[in-house]
Design a protein around this ligand. Structure first.
Ligand code: F3S
Length: 282
């Protein structure tokens, strides 16, 4: 059985940076918390908990004795004010690409357009992006919701950084029919584009595809959906423990990709497991 790893898979720049900042902060300070899980990967969150880094969902119980790391997804604008009022020491690990989306959202709203954010309604990144919009805004999760939007003079379109570029372009086409003037700012990050393109290419070459990453990770779930559409035998797993040798008895070529929040060691464990299966097949 051949094992092929996607050209771009696993930790992206923004997640690597956020995890590094938590590590550094936990060495330097006590009373360290992340505001929500630092990344959508339960194994990493558990590892930090063992090192004494807590997870808190809101700012209510923080004081000037705490250091709070803002995760890569960003937080609503108001949260910065709440933390500053309590004199909390803040380490901002918001990914620079998310910052860019927040800034675009703010600027486009100030320009008078109704802003359309293509993303998941309840995702923390989307909640942070829309908090920077002072004008009317809509969140759409796909083409059907874009089709249902009312007519407006001016629309501006941006995206959650981990969305699918192809769908983004389709939504832009729909919006052109819904307004007199459309401004498009494609805020999907390069790491997402590269991971999705590599996954599409690999899923077309293999008979079995493994997508590794948190079940709560939006970008991993999108990789899974993309791969499943090309390679019907695609599985979304968090760790090697979800696999058994029996699953690969008819597999000849297995492809592996991983979400932007999946640490390398989880991918390595899956590869080791597959190598064992291969050795037994020979
Ligand atoms: Fe940043 Fe893109 Fe990763 S927005 S956190 S580099 S997936």
């Amino acid at each position: 059985m051949e094992i092929i790893i996607a050209d771009h898979a696993g930790f992206c720049f923004g997640v690597e940076r956020a995890v590094g900042l938590v590590e550094e902060t936990s060495r330097k300070h006590t009373g360290v918390y992340t505001l929500g899980p630092i990344i959508h990967n339960p194994q990493i969150v558990r590892k930090f908990a063992e090192q004494g880094v807590g997870v808190c969902e809101d700012t209510d119980n923080f004081s000037n004795e705490n250091t709070v790391v803002i995760r890569s997804h960003g937080v609503p604008k108001q949260t910065y004010g709440d933390l500053s009022e309590k004199s909390v020491n803040v380490v901002d690990a918001t990914c620079p690409f998310v910052k860019k989306a927040q800034n675009s959202a703010q600027k486009l709203g100030q320009g008078g357009a109704s802003v359309v954010v293509y993303g998941e309604n309840n995702h923390p990144e989307v909640q942070s992006i829309v908090s920077f919009i002072d004008s009317e805004y809509f969140i759409v999760s796909g083409e059907a919701e874009a089709n249902a939007l009312p007519f407006r003079e001016q629309y501006a379109l941006i995206a959650q950084t981990t969305q699918n570029s192809e769908s983004f372009d389709k939504i832009a086409e729909i919006l052109k029919t819904k307004c007199s003037g459309l401004t498009v700012s494609n805020t999907i990050c390069n790491a997402t584009n590269l991971r999705q393109a590599a996954a599409i290419s690999l899923a077309g070459q293999v008979d079995t595809m493994l997508v590794i990453g948190g079940k709560n990770s939006g970008n991993t779930t999108r990789l899974y959906e993309i791969c499943k559409g090309i390679c019907p035998r695609t599985m979304h797993i968090e760790t090697k423990d979800e696999l058994c040798k029996e699953l690969f008895k008819d597999s000849r070529k297995v492809g592996i990709t991983a979400g932007a929040s999946t640490p390398g060691y989880l991918v390595d464990e899956v590869i080791e497991f597959l190598k064992e299966v291969t050795n037994e097949q020979d």
